[in-house]
Design a protein around this ligand. Structure first.
Ligand SMILES: NC(=O)c1ccc[n+]([C@@H]2O[C@H](COP(=O)([O-])OP(=O)(O)OC[C@H]3O[C@@H](n4cnc5c(N)ncnc54)[C@H](O)[C@@H]3O)[C@@H](O)[C@H]2O)c1
Length: 448
């Protein structure tokens, strides 16, 4: 007999996840459009000026038990997440602007809102960045650390983390900085030892994002990556993450176009509709758009955005439907639009007997408005993972794939891109760590 809420799979008790006592320090790498919208948004919510729309940790519920049990607490009441009032922010950037100045420059939030938050936002001033223009061609910054080699720079980031740790109870680091050039994993990424040697010899395969990640993981601090950079997606960083119980997850916030893709593609596949082409284009005018205008940074983004369809459609299982799919992605820098990106998708599908049809999606979104709640949720869930005995030492937190364009998974395991499978996985992981019954959606018991 199947049961929808499956008992007997409890492995953890609620009391085994450590409570979120004290202050959670959030160190943000890159205080640009996304980061300042995230920080200002948290402060606006703390003051009751606005609602945390788009944040599952703040607004989402989780069903417990059978559908007839009528038990759906808020996620934040079910799992011991840090309270927004306990979050303390700091960060790094290669420009000296404080968070108020940077938010004003990004022009995402309106002036009236920013002015109410100004006294607080002005207090958050960036620490000098680890930066090298070789890895982000379009930026020139002055607020940058100098050191005799990459090891020295990593040590300076470690010193920043240690100093901040003295003022808070726990720390999480999140990368909200620019997209770096495309880097293929090489020998230096294969083990902690090789990586540390590479830090000493200034190996070109080690980018600034990897230096921050190494520093975080060495200090046992969870590290989330909002950009498509290689960063922690290497054997060396997975090893370090496990060794120091410092959770990592995938990369690149899944916000606009890819979010829609991972909703639509599973629907076509579920109904066995074929897809012959998927053309995605974007215009974007913020600094991120400017950085992505460089072909080497674009390549990193392109790879991250391309992955989802192949995994969802499984052309090897369904050659008649998806083998010849032509998938193309363009991003064009178009300054007049600022952060208000516009994305178009043309999808050529085919149905019964091969008859073709078309779908057009035109998403006029606000990039940072979509990304900010994802940054918040990732930070809170990574902090939870660090306090959950069954999660903290496993390295990759695959249950957070829900938020990422390029989820990370165990070696040899294909990543799960379907948004609804990801959502179920996330919620079942929360049930699991809190000792609640998992939900299988079988539901035969209602028909006994
Ligand atoms: N907004 C979205 O919907 C979305 C979705 C997915 C991914 N992303 C990624 O998030 C990242 C941030 O986007 P954004 O719109 O805020 O960009 P942005 O250009 O406004 O901000 C990036 C900031 O990072 C800083 N920076 C760059 N390299 C750094 C380094 N090594 N150390 C410290 N600071 C550094 C820059 O000076 C800048 O202030 C980008 O990589 C973008 O691709 C955004």
């Amino acid at each position: 007999m199947g049961i929808e809420a499956q008992g007997g799979q409890k492995t953890a008790g609620a009391n085994t996840v450590a409570p979120a006592t004290g202050k959670l320090g959030v160190m943000v790498v890159g205080l640009g459009a996304v980061a300042t919208t995230f920080i200002a948004g948290v402060e606006a919510v703390r003051r009751g000026l606005a609602k945390p729309i788009g944040s599952l940790t703040q607004m989402g519920t989780i069903r417990l038990g059978k559908r007839t049990d009528n038990q759906s607490p808020l996620i934040k009441d079910f799992a011991p997440l840090a309270d927004l009032k306990d979050i303390v922010f700091t960060g790094w950037d290669l420009f000296e602007d404080n968070v108020y100045e940077s938010a004003a420059h990004a022009q995402v939030l309106d002036k009236a809102m920013l002015d109410q938050l100004k006294p607080y936002l002005e207090t958050i001033k960036p620490l000098p960045a680890v930066f090298d223009q070789y890895y982000v061609k379009r930026l020139h910054g002055t607020h940058v650390k100098t050191g005799k080699n990459k090891r020295d720079l990593a040590d300076q980031v470690i010193a920043d983390i240690r100093a901040f740790k003295k003022t808070v109870d726990r720390v999480v680091i999140i990368w909200c900085a620019s997209t770096e050039i495309f880097i293929t994993p090489s020998a230096v990424h294969q083990s902690i030892e090789a990586f540390e040697k590479g830090l000493d010899t200034n190996d070109i395969g080690i980018s600034p994002s990897q230096i921050y990640a190494y520093a975080a993981l060495s200090e046992g601090v969870p590290f989330a990556n909002g950009a498509p950079n290689l960063t922690v997606d290497t054997p060396a960083m997975v090893e370090l993450s496990k060794k120091n119980a410092a959770p990592i997850c995938g990369k690149d916030f899944k916000t606009g176009q890819t979010m829609m893709k991972t909703v639509l593609a599973p629907a076509f596949k579920a109904r066995m509709l074929g897809v012959s082409g998927w053309f995605s284009t974007n215009i974007l005018g913020n600094r991120d758009g400017e950085v992505l205008d460089d072909p080497e940074s674009f390549k990193t983004k392109e790879e991250s955005k391309l992955g989802s369809l192949d995994y969802i459609f499984q052309p090897e299982l369904y050659p008649d439907l998806y083998k010849d799919l032509y998938h193309k992605i363009r991003i064009n820098y178009y300054p007049p639009r600022g952060d208000q990106k516009e994305a178009w998708d043309n999808i050529d599908i085919f149905g019964w007997l091969g008859y073709p049809m078309q779908i057009k999606v035109n998403f006029l979104c606000r990039d940072s408005i979509l990304a900010a709640p994802i940054a918040l949720d990732l930070v809170l869930f990574m902090d939870l993972a660090k306090r959950a005995p069954s999660l903290r030492s496993i390295g990759i937190q695959e249950w957070l794939s829900f938020y990422l364009k390029a989820p990370q998974s165990a070696p040899g395991l294909y990543p799960e891109h379907d948004l609804f499978i990801q959502s179920m996985k996330l919620k079942n992981t929360l049930r699991h760590i809190m000792g609640a019954d998992l939900i299988t959606h079988l539901g035969l018991e209602y028909y006994d």
